[in-house]
Design a protein around this ligand. Structure first.
Ligand SMILES: Nc1ncnc2c1ncn2[C@@H]1O[C@H](COP(=O)(O)OP(=O)(O)OP(=O)(O)O)[C@@H](O)[C@H]1O
Ligand SMILES: Nc1nc2c(ncn2[C@@H]2O[C@H](COP(=O)(O)O)[C@@H](O)[C@H]2O)c(=O)[nH]1
Length: 207
């Protein structure tokens, strides 16, 4: 088996956002990257799922076939990878290194399998769980998003229950944010990251 670890780099700690599909991870991280565009960089994952309307290859994901993805995994190009709702997803070493090379805080949006696998690496991120106020609200958000077939929606709701159980494991996450009122949740996310944000701003203004 090829080496799939990544060495921790000097610089700001990465941030992992995890939690049920539809909880609001992308919404929150987009707000964060808009407010702090010179502080955060997104780790662009690979996936075998089809792009949604408005998504862009290389910005939201690298959209690849199963064959290409598997070849990359076999070659040791990925820090972690997982099967989620019938598709493959994974974080490449290059995705993280590209962000860290710019001295930015690298944000990973990954599921709980990814969290478990990242915990076995030297990456040392801050782990943040984004959670819905209830399963009913989660289902409504996913339905209203209109991105999933009924089958995919049911798979995601099933996975959501497992993700919620995982988040209760002691030490699974450093911070848990219940994303009810968006502005409140965003404030909590920003507060949780203020120390790292200040570090990056200080480094980047002195260089
Ligand atoms: N606080 C909120 N109140 C109401 N709607 C929200 C809130 N946060 C997010 N949403 C909406 O819920 C839907 C799901 O949000 P989003 O796509 O950000 O979830 P996600 O966790 O990134 O999902 P996935 O893991 O599937 O990518 C979106 O339509 C978004 O606009
Ligand atoms: N383990 C990983 N999970 C990932 C990665 N990229 C995204 N995800 C998670 O997949 C689900 C579904 O995402 P969607 O964009 O299809 O709605 C969600 O929980 C993401 O956090 C990854 O590289 N590794």
């Amino acid at each position: 088996m090829r080496d799939s670890t990544i060495k921790a780099m000097a610089g700001p700690r990465p941030v992992v956002l995890s939690g049920p599909s539809g909880a609001g991870k992308s919404t929150l991280l987009k707000k964060l990257m808009k407010e702090y565009d010179s502080v955060f960089g997104f780790s662009v994952s690979h996936t075998t799922r089809n792009p949604r309307p408005g998504e862009e290859n290389g910005r939201d994901y690298h959209y690849v076939t199963r064959e290409v993805m598997q070849a990359g995994i076999d070659n040791g190009d990925f820090i972690e990878n997982a099967e989620f709702s019938g598709n493959m997803y994974g974080t490449s070493k290059a995705a993280v290194q590209d962000v860290q090379a710019k001295n930015l805080i690298c944000i990973l949006d990954i599921d709980m399998q990814g969290v478990r696998n990242i915990k076995r690496t030297d990456l040392n991120p801050i782990y943040i769980s984004i959670q819905p106020p209830s399963m009913e609200v989660l289902e409504k958000r996913l339905r209203d998003r209109k991105t999933e077939s009924e089958e995919s929606l049911q798979r995601r709701l099933h996975a959501a229950k497992v993700e919620m159980e995982f988040s209760k494991e002691p030490g699974a996450f450093d911070v848990i944010i219940v994303n009810d009122v968006l502005e409140d949740s965003y404030g909590q996310l920003r507060n949780a990251l203020l120390e790292e944000i200040h570090k990056v701003k200080k480094i980047n203004t002195s260089s």
